[in-house]
Design a protein around this ligand. Structure first.
Ligand code: ATP
Ligand code: MG
Length: 371
């Protein structure tokens, strides 16, 4: 791939995260390359390509089953909105392209023989397990505030410390992160939460990087012992309890999580705030996914789920149709099913059509007499 570009007379290197992860000995999950060739040339040189982001000089090239994003060396103009450069220029200069990148560890290039170009001391910082801005932290963060969230996210994923000057710049410039789109903030927040150090997600809140959405006070809740799917619910529950957010639903909706995720996480947070361990009734009221997200480690909950005992209307041995056939009408049907379920939760052995029909009819006759 690189050799083809080089054969045509252009500079070509792997760049960014894939070089960092190669140096770290981590599995590379996506490959990015940079080249002095303009995008039209890249499109012409390879058989299978997709013009992913031509305006930014990016072409996706498919070679030996791998998709590589190839971007023409870029230099960026001034930033006036803390988010995006006012202009992007293509350049023939690899060093300029590397200098616009966020952190020293992300500003290295690698040739086809594994030779590394490292103008900002990325390898040294990796050896010291440090995240450091390329150039002056305050300037780089005021160009693009997302870099501050990326610093915390990488620190959580890699277990690196943030170099003190870089960290001080984050503390000073945190309020400028309010200019970022909710989607970009959400992605970094969720990546931090899914990492081996999920408390960093709380750190984003504590530093005021997400002040538009919430601000956390006090020590972070312990999250790392929880499976990733359960962490967001626990964090939201804690934020709600401490008054940092009005509600989980409002917080996650503002962060633009998909509606189903908002619903499920709110339900899980409600399970936690109920404090109840009456698992069958919780399962009935909030659903299996929410209860599992709230109590991922509970053996008693697993036992209930494995037992096959009924906790939902759909698991009842009688249906609405059956009750209508027995002469029940309108609201009576729903009320009878609810009562049957309530009974079966306490007496699982009674979940049989004959027993439940007797139970329901008996109850109706008794009510009829009482009335
Ligand atoms: P990941 O493992 O999460 O993919 P990555 O370093 O590859 O990490 P990407 O978002 O894929 O991150 O970006 C690829 C490269 O582009 C980065 O390594 C960095 O060099 C550069 N980059 C990405 N975002 C920014 C930014 N906001 N400011 C400066 N450079 C950036
Ligand atoms: Mg990447």
């Amino acid at each position: 791939m690189l050799n083809k570009l080089r054969g045509a007379g252009y500079g070509a290197y792997f760049v960014g995260g894939c070089v960092r992860d190669t140096v770290l000995g981590r599995r590379v999950h996506d490959w990015d390359a940079a080249t002095s060739a303009p995008p039209e040339v890249v499109l012409g040189l390879f058989k299978r390509t997709a013009p992913t982001g031509l305006r930014h000089g990016t072409v996706t090239v498919l070679v030996s089953g791998r998709a590589v994003e190839v971007t023409t060396y870029r230099a960026e103009g001034a930033y006036s909105d803390h988010r995006r450069p006012d202009s992007v220029e293509f350049t023939g200069d690899l060093a300029l392209d590397l200098s616009r990148r966020d952190f020293t560890m992300n500003a290295m290039a690698m040739g086809p023989e594994g030779d590394i170009t490292d103008p900002f001391g990325g390898r040294e910082d990796i050896a010291r397990r440090l995240i450091r801005c390329v150039g002056d932290g305050e300037r780089r963060f005021s160009e693009d505030a997302l870099r501050m969230l990326r610093a915390l996210r990488f620190s959580a994923q890699l277990g690196f410390a943030i170099e003190p000057g870089t960290y001080a710049a984050i503390e000073r410039l945190a309020p400028t992160a309010s200019a970022l789109s909710a989607e970009r903030v959400r992605d970094e927040f969720l990546k931090a939460l899914a990492s081996p150090r999920p408390e960093a997600a709380n750190g984003m809140l504590a530093l005021g990087l997400m002040a538009r959405f919430a601000r956390a006070e006090g020590p972070p809740p312990a999250l790392s012992s929880l499976p990733a799917y359960a962490r967001l619910a626990r964090l939201c529950f804690e934020l709600e309890r401490r008054g940092s957010i009005a509600s989980t639903a409002e917080f996650l909706t503002a962060l633009r999580l998909p509606r189903a995720a908002v619903r499920e996480c709110s339900a899980a947070a409600a399970v936690l705030s109920s404090g109840s361990r009456d698992y069958k009734r919780l399962l009935r009221d909030y659903g299996e996914r929410a209860v599992l997200a709230a109590h991922p480690r509970s053996r008693a909950l697993r036992r209930v789920l494995r037992s096959g005992e009924c906790f939902s209307l759909s698991g009842l041995a009688v249906s609405g149709d059956k009750l209508r056939a027995l002469g029940l009408k309108g609201r009576e049907v729903g009320e009878a099913l609810d009562a049957a379920l309530e009974h079966v939760i306490d007496f699982p052995e009674d979940n049989r059509a004959d027993i439940l029909c007797d139970f329901i009819i008996g109850k109706r006759d008794k009510n009829g007499k009482d009335a």
